[in-house]
Design a protein around this ligand. Structure first.
Ligand SMILES: [Zn+2]
Length: 322
């Protein structure tokens, strides 16, 4: 098969669905399965399990939502709340370099209650962890097309709801997103799946024929969209997180009546973009008294990357007299 060369828990698989009677793609979809990179990312942090679960969902969702990034693009999901979790962050580059981190309140006393209230058969509810605030979805096309951002209030129940709201506001295309994460015996599984109705205006998309406009075509498209959403609703969380089911298995089992076609899968890897040059440029901006405040008794200053937890140690003298 086309996608056998990539690990099944570290890929984004784009696909198309038709109405079965012809080969016209009416729906585009993507399934991101990122349990592999999520496991190594989460291993480096010591999050309480509910927070780790939310982070894993954010990683899967971020990988799933990235769509048409240019060669140096970055897609970012960043939630800012006033609850136990102050920041929830995940980003991915066009090359599939995924990273993320959470920042928590210093003494998250409500965590036990939130954990007890969590239903392990469902997604993590945003309210008990993040409180009030917002989620920003940012597409940064790097040097080519600039940057655009959509903001969604933190009043949605789940991360996937917030993503759907973002699509509703920004693209006005019918979109449905589901997302699940869980820790198994062999690490994390984290999967997100999205379906989006292709605008009925003719033309072509990734080499596939698109629907013509017209009342009949619209009715057929409505039907197909309804069927696809119903089929998507039939998958259980356990199936979505079953390590024995590859992303391709899931799509072909779920949508076998809708002529599923997959495109080549794209890899997702645990890879941080921090580097020595960026750290040293940041240190060069500090005033001498700030450096002294940050240095330990031996004059050493440790800079820890909040994403990948890499420590870089500098002596104050080396920073002050480079
Ligand atoms: Zn890093």
């Amino acid at each position: 098969m086309l996608n056998d060369n990539l690990p099944t828990d570290a890929q984004i698989l784009p696909f198309y669905l038709a109405n079965g009677s012809d080969d016209v793609a009416l729906i585009r979809g993507r399934i991101a399965s990122v349990g592999g990179p999520a496991s190594t990312i989460l291993e480096r942090h010591n999050y309480p399990s509910l927070v780790a679960n939310l982070q894993a969902e954010a990683l899967a969702l971020t990988a799933c939502l990235t769509s048409t990034l240019k060669f140096d693009g970055v897609f970012t999901l960043q939630a800012k709340g006033d609850g136990l979790v102050r920041t929830l962050f995940a980003d991915i580059t066009e090359a599939g370099h995924l990273r993320g981190y959470c920042a928590m309140e210093d003494n998250p006393s409500g965590l036990q209650g939130a954990t007890l209230a969590h239903d392990p058969s469902g997604a993590v509810r945003l309210g008990p962890l993040l409180g009030g605030g917002y989620i920003a979805f940012t597409v940064d096309e790097g040097s080519t097309n600039g940057r655009y951002q959509g903001i969604v209030e933190l009043d949605e129940r789940y991360l996937s709801d917030a993503a759907m709201r973002w699509y509703e506001n920004s693209e006005q295309l019918d979109t449905v997103v589901i997302c699940a994460a869980g820790q198994g015996r062999n690490g994390w599984q984290a999967v997100a799946l999205m379906l989006q109705r292709i605008a009925a205006e003719g033309g072509s998309d990734a080499g596939r024929v698109l629907p013509k406009s017209g009342a009949d075509a619209r009715a057929a498209s409505d039907d197909t969209w309804h069927t696809a959403k119903t089929l998507l609703g039939s998958i259980t969380r356990d199936e979505l997180l079953d390590p024995a089911l590859t992303p391709e298995n899931i799509i072909f089992r779920l949508f076998n009546s809708m002529a599923p076609h997959s495109a080549p899968a794209r890899p997702v890897v645990d890879h941080c973009r921090c580097n020595v040059d960026k750290v040293e440029a940041m240190l060069a901006q500090l005033e001498p008294d700030q450096i002294d405040d940050l240095a330990d008794d031996n004059g050493n200053l440790t800079v820890t990357c909040e994403f990948c937890k890499t420590d870089r140690v500098y002596h104050r003298d080396a920073i002050l007299q480079p």
